[in-house]
Design a protein around this ligand. Sequence first.
Ligand code: SF4
Length: 289
Amino acid sequence: MSAATRSGRSRRAPDKLCVEAVELARAAAEETALPGTVGEHIEAVAEGDRVVTHYFACLQPAYRGWRWATTVARASRAKVVTLDESVLLPGPDSLLAPEWVPWSERLRPGDLGPGDLLPTDADDLRLEPGFSGEDTPPPNSAVSEEAATAAAEAEAPPEQAPEDVTPAPSRGSVKAVAEELGMGRARVLSRYGLQEAADRWEESHGPRTAMAQAAPGPCVSCAFLVPLAGSLKQGFGVCANEFSPADGRVVSLAFGCGGHSEAAVMPKAPQPPAPVLDETRNDELSLAD
Ligand code: SF4
């Protein structure tokens, strides 16, 4: 009989003989439990026709709130109550282990250490197929045959070019275009993956952070900002100011800090004038005795 069945409350009237079999149930519980750990009888619950579970308090300190549950049963028209089973079950107030969570959901940023491997799902939403050079890209893709042909035509030498001039090798090929766009990988970031990254960076180094609110200017006008490539460059860059707390981080163009290159330009120290040599008169020097 399952624990779920045991913990449920039946509306049936419990069988009288089964309810009276408290000592039989207690003996079974004591046989299963450690000596002296079966406490007082708590209740008798009908599980079905002529099937009753007796609950006893568990006195083990480590199992506070748990209960010994012994199920007894009686055959139809029989006068004898027999033992079914005896187990330890959690009660309504017992301390339980939290629900198990798979490691992939427990993982947090920063958990990955040197030598660790973090597998990605084959259907990871953050990723989508890239272009390896062997497959055919979709017709509307930036590396489609049409786009590659157009690129090749643009790269092709003029018709009147001398014959001994060798045209540039395969710059317009689909594979070359894919590599130039950074798509020559088995998988690339999907739109969802890009959006997730942008949200994260916006939160950590975006215009709503305290640092940005107090900054003298936004990163977009700072000389220390290194632009990104791809669609993310519209909103983000990398800070390259070693004195900024965001050095080496991806920052929103609307982020900012006190290290902004144009916030306070130090004036150059004034140069002392060149020494003047007066050659028109002599200085009299007193000689020592
Ligand atoms: S120094 Fe400050 S303002 Fe300039 S790019 Fe870095 S974070 Fe932005």
